[in-house]
Write a protein that binds this ligand. Sequence first.
Ligand SMILES: [Fe+2]
Ligand SMILES: [Fe+2]
Length: 348
Amino acid sequence: MYKPIEIADGIYSVGVRDWDIRDFHGYSTYEGTTYNAFLIPGEKNILIDTVKEKFSEEFLSNISRIIDPKDIDIVISNHTEMDHSGAIPKLMQIIGKDKPLYCSKMGAKNLKSHFNQDFNFQVVGTGDTLKVGNRTFSFLETKMLHWPDSMFTYLVEDAILFSSDAFGQHYSGDKFFDDEIGDEIIPHARKYYANILLHFSPKVQTLLKDVAKMNLKINMICPDHGIIWRDNPSKIIELYDKWSKQEPEKKVVVIFDSMLISRLWEPAISLKSETEPFLFLRQKCFTGRTVCLPILWKMPSCFPVMPLGSTIAVTNSLMMKSMMKSSRTLENIMPISFFTSLQKYRLF
Ligand SMILES: [Fe+2]
Ligand SMILES: [Fe+2]
């Protein structure tokens, strides 16, 4: 049971813990995850995001510890993936389908087609605001981070960023905040980034630059998974900046490639091996993943000897996920994408 807590003055975390989940989007979640949702009671009672459908009852029970769920006036849906919107139909049934549901344009389209129901969608985009009593909610679309519908909601007066999947981690331990868990949470955040956002790194870079231009004060970041960043929210922003730059660290670089293009790596080996240790693993086949997988599963045996922060370069995401799944050691390793690596090493 996830007991709701007041995360800031008059703002409650009312989500649920999923202790048992061990596979999320195809990668291992050894410590489960949480589906965070936030309740801001006041002149109008506002709810930001919901939870997976199967946790609907627990979620409503959490809300009922603060207010009667039927008294919710406004729902904001930052992201329509089912881990955050699954409980929406049940919720809307209780509060009334005429209650406003704020989301992005794609969010409205997704929710409508997924649930086959027409809610009272209030479509918002970047720069739109919702003023309720003495609080102002400002919206920022974050398309493809990581879905086309994704958006952030920023609570202006409290300087709190409700960041949906961004800055999340799959962790469902007994800690709620970054200052309670310390750096132990960073490998979870890094693994999450590698699996959910790595492919969108250029977009992450653009978003971070846009947010920097806005000069937003950020006291707290509330993602939809894992702990809340309240002590030092800039730390996770700086890490996202670092990870999205995909700069390899100068330690051991493991290059694994099963594709025809593997011969392109050979110049890299000769160039870089003078300055950095390399471990080059190549499967000489042109059939890709099918043939390489048995080899892949044997690979973790070589990883314990690698220093933390070592860089793995892989040529496709399936291999990267398989690698990360096959050894917990790899949670400490930041993968980089093939083409970025080529750029960084200036081979062509
Ligand atoms: Fe998502
Ligand atoms: Fe999610």
